[in-house]
Design a protein around this ligand. Sequence first.
Ligand SMILES: C[S@@+](CC[C@H](N)C(=O)[O-])C[C@H]1O[C@@H](n2cnc3c(N)ncnc32)[C@H](O)[C@@H]1O
Length: 229
Amino acid sequence: MIDCDEMAQRAFILGHTAVGTAPLVPELRLHLATEVTPLWQATEDSLHRSGLPPPYWAFPWVGGQAVARYVLDHPELVAGRTVLDFAAGCGLIALAAARAGAAAVIAVDIDPFARAAIALNAVLNADSMPDGRPARITVATEDPMGRPVPGVDLVLAGDVCYERPMAEAVICWLRTLAGAGLTVIIGDPGRSYLPRTGLTALAHHLVPTLLDIEDTDARATTVWRVERA
Ligand SMILES: C[S@@+](CC[C@H](N)C(=O)[O-])C[C@H]1O[C@@H](n2cnc3c(N)ncnc32)[C@H](O)[C@@H]1O
């Protein structure tokens, strides 16, 4: 059941984005913004609030693109497994996991607009899913950070090391999950708070991006396996 807030969020997203693709993942379509600032301002106006975080959900971040590419190129990683896309943003990684044959996909993000965008993007990609139906992604509202994730085999996360407190907490939690036997993979372009140890490189990509969000038009990005502490 979709509540009134989510209906309004979905209408806002449809009214302020256009359908496009992430350069590294042309197989999947997304509701995307073309510029950060106007959308950010429109979000604040619509909620009558200021000081909101940027609309992360409206862009495929380079880390997420790299992980999604890796999943599509290595479907055996997710096939038949239960996958969590943590801090999912637009849900690109979750969509890739669903397309690659995951048994179940859970996407979680603290931003309600991200959760609405993931639901819309799941519908948008019905024709690229194995069964031709909207991507089967459970959009979770409860933040699992710091806790076990029962039933999940594989945790994927794109671009989660951009702020120190979040990066420290996320990496500590992901290492604990790796220690409990889960496979944990992140994508990151070498952001300031990415740890320098305890990661194994799986793939490298030069990922096209927007000057508006990265101050450059491409970033060297690595897919990392997070090792246990
Ligand atoms: C830079 S964006 C990356 C989005 C996506 N993974 C990608 O690569 O395109 C970071 C995302 O983390 C989400 N986030 C921040 N803190 C979080 C938390 N504690 N739990 C879940 N999501 C969180 C934000 O709302 C945002 O969507």
